[in-house]
Design a protein around this ligand. Structure first.
Ligand code: B4P
Length: 190
């Protein structure tokens, strides 16, 4: 199973990706987590992207695509994966298509989590209090939402044309959303 989870910042992508991946026995690959781990480890990549993440901007496609290419080449991703937070731009969609074609594979499903704007802002401000992530301030959240609307929201249309998108209501508790996704994946026979 090769899947993508799409949705605005705070929609629950990372939360649900971890749960689904564990349940289906595939790795959840989060570009955001990879960047944050590199920032924490003060690697060359971490130093390169630290300011970008803190400001809510997107890391350049060539950097992000190279990281995903390396990650998908690892053994645990050979029989399936769930990508969380990637692709985020049309250029990344194209790059992912190329990576999959080189491996002789294609995407099976795109899960799109839909959540009200007020709800996502509330969740991220809550996370700011709990975890103090550098990009969870009100100003940066607003910027991330704007960039998402401009750059990433249109990706759903690209994948819809390929009949890959399944929308899931992301409102409600984590367990309620997980139950909806599980039902959908079971129905899709995955
Ligand atoms: P991400 O790590 O992807 O951050 P995100 O969009 O905020 O989603 P996240 O997964 O963390 O939050 P979630 O919705 O699960 O990206 C961070 C940054 O990295 C980007 O801004 C960009 O700079 C860079 N980046 C990453 N990928 C990139 C790419 N492909 N190209 C370029 N740049 C890239 O959860 C949010 C909060 O809600 C959590 O606290 C969670 O506990 C809570 N929550 C989840 N579900 C809930 C529910 N049902 N009810 C209540 N709370 C819930």
């Amino acid at each position: 199973m090769r899947m993508i989870i799409l949705g605005p910042p705070g929609a629950g992508k990372g939360t649900q990706a971890a749960l689904i991946a564990e349940n289906r026995g595939i790795p959840a690959i989060s570009t955001g987590d990879i960047f944050r781990a590199n920032i924490q480890g003060e690697t060359e990549l971490g130093l390169q992207v630290k300011e970008i993440l803190a400001s809510g901007g997107y890391v350049p496609d060539e950097v992000t695509n190279a990281i995903v290419r390396d990650r998908l080449a690892q053994a645990d991703a050979a029989s399936g994966f769930l990508l969380d937070g990637y692709p985020r731009t049309p250029g990344q969609v194209e790059a992912l298509d190329e990576m999959l074609a080189e491996q002789g594979h294609s995407l099976d499903l795109v899960l799109e989590l839909t959540v009200d704007t007020d709800e996502v802002v509330g969740r991220l401000l809550q996370r700011a209090q709990e975890q103090g992530r550098a990009d969870d301030t009100e100003e940066v959240i607003r910027k991330r939402m704007d960039i998402y609307a401009e750059e990433t929201a249109p990706l759903a249309a690209i994948y819809s044309e390929r009949n890959l998108v399944k929308q899931v209501d992301g409102m409600g508790s984590v367990d309620e959303v997980t139950a909806r996704i599980t039902t959908l994946l079971d129905q899709a026979g995955t």
